[in-house]
Design a protein around this ligand. Sequence first.
Ligand code: ATP
Ligand code: MG
Ligand code: FE
Length: 357
Amino acid sequence: PLVLALETSCDESAAAIVRDQTVLASAVASQVEEHARWGGVVPEIASRRHVEALPQLIEQVCRDSGVTMAELDGIAATAAPGLVGALLVASVTGRTLARLHGKPFVAVHHLEGHLCSVQLGEPLPPGPYLVLLVSGGHTELLRVDGPGRYLRLGRSHDDAAGEAFDKVSRLLGLGYPGGPAIEAAGQNGDPLRFALPKGRVSRPEGGFYPYDFSFSGLKTAMLRQVRALEAEHQAEHQAGGEPLPLADLAASFEQVVAQVLVERSCRCAREQGLGTLVLVGGVAANRRLRQLLEQRCGLDGLAWRVAPLAYCTDNAAMIGVAGAQRLAGGQSSCFDLGVAARLPLEQAGLLYESQPC
Ligand code: ATP
Ligand code: MG
Ligand code: FE
């Protein structure tokens, strides 16, 4: 199916025209610079900027692809999870356009969009596969058996991986968003200079959950390390001298996050008999993580796929792939369907339950 897709769940406004798994046009207007002033996303500002940006993005992708509204098989928009005021912008716009042009409306779960981003790259081997989804709000290991058939095998018990990047970046004074800032700072750093903990989650009955994650202890360890370095520095030279070794701190942090993500994912894939490991989400843009995944999968005899770099962070192309897949499966959504701040991925099917109206 040929689909116009809209995404406004957080701080990226995006539109795309997608035919099945092929992107005909994609445009993203990021608001990060505006939110950077506040050190994080301000929901009220996000909604307003989406309202301003979306109409031009829709015009742009129609122009770039040469596709007209009349040719579309459906209009897709992210409906959950995310900031409610922000989600409403794409959802109301999508439903209005669908009604106006007599097209089906397809609500999309944002995480199903991230999962589908890998389909914009090389084709996947057949059979079920394991997805490591690492984004600003989520860190999950999901077994995927086909469109809409998901089983969560692991998750973070506190911060998401992307959130950890953002918080540690703020701690190091590197700014927002943290992922790209830490990656740039750590490029020539020594990833083995600082020993940092690989946070594990205890089971009440003893032992640890093998596929779960915890990043809050790592954040605290980084804070302690920074404080210790600052104290040392002050004691040694009252003025001048080397400031914080930011490159080594950033590289060491990236390294331990990449290690823990890759080790537990590979273990999960092996033990669960899944031959393919897939990496998606904003943090999947991280080069150290991509390299380590490739290396480890090679050693473990696992096939691996990573979402194309351009489609790791939020975009509408991935929402279009998910929407086209749902449409191809005969599913669409009710025009009076709302949006939801939270909705587990396993319940994405709820978006298609009532009769299309
Ligand atoms: P969610 O998808 O969970 O609702 P989100 O949509 O806000 O959250 P994404 O757009 O998928 O998240 O990803 C944004 C996150 O990815 C941010 O936390 C950002 O710091 C992180 N990120 C982006 N680029 C990189 C990178 N190169 N290295 C590490 N992290 C990165
Ligand atoms: Mg974002
Ligand atoms: Fe996202």
